[in-house]
Ligand binder design. Sequence first.
Ligand code: S0N
Length: 273
Amino acid sequence: MSTVDWKRSGDYEDIIYETADGIAKITINRPERRNAFRPTTLFELQHAFNAARDDGEVGVVVLTGAGTEAFCSGGDQKIRGDDGYVGPDGIGRLNVLDLQIQIRRLPKPVVAMVAGYAVGGGHVLHVCCDLTIAADNAVFGQTGPKVGSFDGGYGAWLLAETVGLKKAREIWYLCRFYNAQEALDMGLVNTVVPLERLEEETVQWCREMLDKSPLALRMLKGAINAVSDGAAGMQQFAGDATLLYYMSEEAQEGRDAFKEKRRPDFSRFPRRP
Ligand code: S0N
């Protein structure tokens, strides 16, 4: 049951983009393939995530799948060529990696709202999200070693960071599926709710975050990701530090002095201990 009045926008084939009350909801809309992604899906997801990033009204982004059977079943195996997933241009791509990075860099919380299967590359997508709200019918797992693929990036080490090294190895090496309660027990999701309350609960979590300081959330996301993202994570965090500095009178004095063709006077700014 929807608790908000979603407003749909954008002209997409594989996804749905909606906004309401400060939340952007992005839905993978290929239920006939358990919301498996193809290159077009990923280009559209990237476009929608950019729209959510740029929209000053949006404070939180929800990623989900259409229907109740699947969040996302990973790469579309039916259009998998010999060098990646092949779209209308005939070129093989692995462009889910760009989307994973985009979710990590997006300076607003991203919440995975999971009903049904989150498996393969679809499982990695929820791992990349900041939070995961799972319905009681959710199923989690990696399938790569069964179907001839693997994700040695976020799919491996971010999963290990989330559930621990032993459990991450088990998930990848054995390709078992785990139910929602098992996922909760291993720290893979934040909460489990009855399927019919999934969106209501997710919106409630979003509203609680929307009440909080956007800059504080932005800095926390950057800080939590910085260590595991290495230099790229530090670059993001450093960019946020620059943003904060730009917003200070101290930095603005430097800019104003240049424009007014005078020496900058930083004497009134403290040298803090
Ligand atoms: C999800 C499963 C468990 C659902 O089982 P269920 O409910 O019994 O339904 P099915 O009858 O199996 O499915 C219903 C219809 O949907 C089709 N379908 C399901 N999943 C896919 C899929 N991934 N691709 C294409 N079609 C799919 C079914 O075929 C069926 O349609 P019909 O009846 O018409 O045939 C079960 O479906 C399942 O196990 N699915 C496959 C899960 C899987 O192995 N996914 C792929 C894993 N690999 C990746 O995701 C690649 C990783 C990746 O993306 C990546 C990683 C690192 C670097 C780059 C990449 C990259 O590739 O970009």
